[in-house]
Design a protein around this ligand. Structure first.
Ligand code: PRX
Length: 643
């Protein structure tokens, strides 16, 4: 099936291999054409400055504004068309904001933030449920040239505190609470505790009172959005034109160490990358509706709930609620009602729907929908087959990361009519010079069945991370290697490539796990568990799970074993540890089980053998264990998981 971006005659005629080749070999020509997809206050003087690798500066000399491109520039042609469609099945609210109304609300928010002292370059941390004010806050920040840092509403105090400390925001925007399956999650106590834990204190906290949870205010610091908004009903706040390289936001993500990294994104490169992806990958047209089921706390929410669709002049649906409430047809009813043309979700959500009545897939008129894009975790073939047959629409798996901000691997439907292959997110996307490298030698692997690390030769294309927030050295040392004089970025994913150039992703090379599409660092979970007074040592591994892709499994050594008298005592301690993780990081990071052992399997040099633990939990071969110190340690784990 072909569904090209209307009027895209010139690329339609082009063969994708040529299109991709040109994006690498004629980088300047290719990206200067894409740059025309967005508005510039002053045009770029240089497409890419790569004089200080691996740092790439895109569209140098250009000035622009993300909020202008997402909102203001559409006022001319589509002021009265839908821009933001808010649907909450938690509060039963539904509200459509036109581009004109969105423009007004964003300016009100920008005016309030300005009153609170926010200026260009200041950080604003946004800890919000999926409500329109969260979108207003993000867009108001980029309007002012302030740098937003959205923290997923499912994270708790400890995770939030480390992000407050690192981003050092002048203002935090939050709300009384979020709702999930009819239950309120109180944000305010978590936020107050996080601010208490953080060495950095914000000057003000701006709070949206949705009246779903109690919200005691801290005198002199906490301000209510409602009354402040009233003061600015008609205030206009112009867009601050910023350099293309000005940071638009930071978004924290997990890696090998316990401390999350602030992925820093630019402005001009990101605007261009998203606009181009809406055209070449997602094939969304102005005036249509885009529905991404993610959350604004994750990268998909940034790129494809807020900025991408709006930049493309599309309406975007912001959905608060579960995929199965009131029933498993809720998303498809929204596709029918709002004539959604492009939908984006995660494999876990589809696996959840797969447990519901299949008739719900054919109950609604889905004729407007062109394709369903899935990303964030491996898409297993049965799930892909089930949803593809049920919807009768193309299912497009795409692979990317918080770091890149937009797809690395996909079938770019706007410029390529190649078919998808089940199990593969497709081929390298234009702009990415993807290489499969041997993890030992760094040699490029030709393909076939040989497993390698998926890497990208620098420069990364526009829109990808500029650096780690305030830590250039960490950016270079974490992600980059120089091989035969060339700078190469590692995705930390294993992959294989078939003879047609399609990649297959085989999981992470580091200690990152993927639970229901949520990226988590096992080291962060270990740090949280270790703070329990009776835990001496712990190892957390990701274990394959039918529904969630992976779950976290913890094996702990207790300090005082006399407390573990029987099964009931062990269960009590397990419960305490789970509560601790909930309070510290959030329920998303809670291990499925915490089991107790007297010793952890280690190498003779003292390194915990996490891979071997994982293999035992998944009933796989543990591989070479010659460096293991005490084989009985692994046997304890084997007995626990098989017993
Ligand atoms: O391991 C890969 C997995 O998710 C990681 C990135 O997660 P995050 O930073 O949260 O960004 C998600 C953006 C969609 C990757 O390193 N991953 C992502 N997409 C896929 C995937 N694994 C397999 N197939 C995918 N399509």
């Amino acid at each position: 099936m072909r569904f090209y971006w209307s009027g895209n005659e010139e690329t339609r005629m082009t063969n994708y291999a040529d299109f991709h080749r040109r994006s690498i070999e004629d980088r300047e020509g290719f990206w200067s054409e894409q740059a025309k997809l967005v508005d510039w206050q002053s045009p770029p003087q240089q497409v890419c400055d790569y004089s200080n690798p691996p740092f790439a500066k895109w569209f140098v000399g250009g000035t622009t504004n993300l909020c202008h491109n997402a909102v203001d520039r559409h006022l001319k042609d589509r002021a009265d068309q839908a821009a933001l469609i808010f649907v909450s099945t938690e509060t039963n609210q539904e509200k459509v904001y036109t581009f004109r109304e969105l423009h007004t609300e964003v300016q009100r928010m920008a005016a309030v933030l300005k009153d609170l002292g926010v200026q260009k370059g200041d950080r604003v941390l946004i800890y919000m449920p999926m409500i329109p004010e969260a979108a207003f806050a993000m867009l108001a920040c980029t309007r002012l040239g302030a740098i937003h840092s959205v923290v997923f509403g499912g994270f708790a105090s400890g995770a939030l505190a480390s992000r407050i400390e690192d981003s050092a925001p002048r203002v935090i925007v939050s709300a009384d609470g979020g709702l999930r399956g009819g239950k309120a999650v109180e944000y305010k106590p978590l936020l107050d505790e996080a601010i208490r834990l953080s060495a950095h204190k914000p000057e003000s906290v701006l709070l949206v009172d949705r009246q779903v949870a109690p919200m005691p205010l801290v005198e002199g610091r906490d301000r209510l959005w409602g009354p402040l908004r009233e003061k600015h009903l008609n205030t206009s706040v112009p867009c601050e034109w910023v350099d293309a390289t000005h940071p638009s936001y930071t978004l924290y993500t997990s890696g090998t160490t316990g401390k999350p990294k602030g992925v820093q994104r630019d402005t001009g490169g990101y605007a261009v990358a998203l606009a181009a992806s809406m055209k070449h990958i997602y094939c969304g047209n102005p005036g249509e509706t885009y529905f991404s089921t993610s959350d604004i706390g994750w990268v998909v929410g940034h790129s494809y709930i807020i900025y991408g669709p709006l930049i493309a002049g599309m309406a975007t649906i912001m959905y608060e609620g579960l995929p199965i409430r009131p029933d498993g047809g809720i998303w498809w009813s929204l596709v029918e009602k709002y004539k959604v043309t492009v939908m984006f979700s995660a494999p876990t959500a589809i696996r959840v729907l797969k447990k519901q009545d299949p008739a719900l897939l054919s109950k609604y008129d889905l004729s407007t929908l062109r394709a369903l894009f899935l990303a964030g975790e491996p898409l297993d073939e049965p799930t892909a087959q089930w949803i593809s047959a049920g919807l009768g629409k193309p299912i497009i798996d795409n692979y990317w990361q918080t770091e890149t901000g937009w797809p690395i691997l996909s079938i770019c439907k706007g410029v390529d009519d190649a078919a998808s292959k089940f199990g593969s997110p497709g081929k390298p996307v234009y702009g990415y010079d993807v290489k499969l490298l041997d993890d030992q030698t760094g040699e490029e692997l030709a393909g076939g069945d040989v497993k390698g690390v998926v890497c990208v030769e620098g420069p990364l294309p526009p829109g990808c991370m500029q650096t780690v927030w305030r830590d250039d050295a960490r950016f270079v040392s974490t992600y980059w290697k120089q091989l035969s004089g060339k700078w190469v970025y590692s995705t930390f994913d294993w992959g294989v490539k078939d003879k047609d150039g399609y990649f297959y992703i085989l999981g992470r090379t580091d200690d990152v796990i993927n639970v229901a599409g949520h990226r988590l660092g096992t080291r962060e979970i270990e740090e949280s568990i270790s703070s329990h007074p009776n835990v001496a040592e712990v190892a957390v591994v990701g274990v394959a799970d039918q529904l969630k892709g992976q779950v976290a499994m913890a094996f702990a050594v207790v300090k005082d074993a006399s407390q573990l008298t029987d099964e009931a005592a062990a269960l009590k301690l397990e419960g305490e540890i789970m509560k601790l993780v909930d309070r510290d990081l959030g329920a998303v990071a809670r291990p499925a089980r915490v089991r107790f052992v007297t010793v952890l399997p280690k190498t003779r040099s003292g390194k915990v053998l996490r891979r071997a633990i994982q293999a035992v939990c998944e009933s796989r071969d543990t591989g070479d264990l010659t460096t293991m110190d005490d084989p009985a340690a692994l046997q304890q784990i084997r007995d626990l998981v098989t017993g």
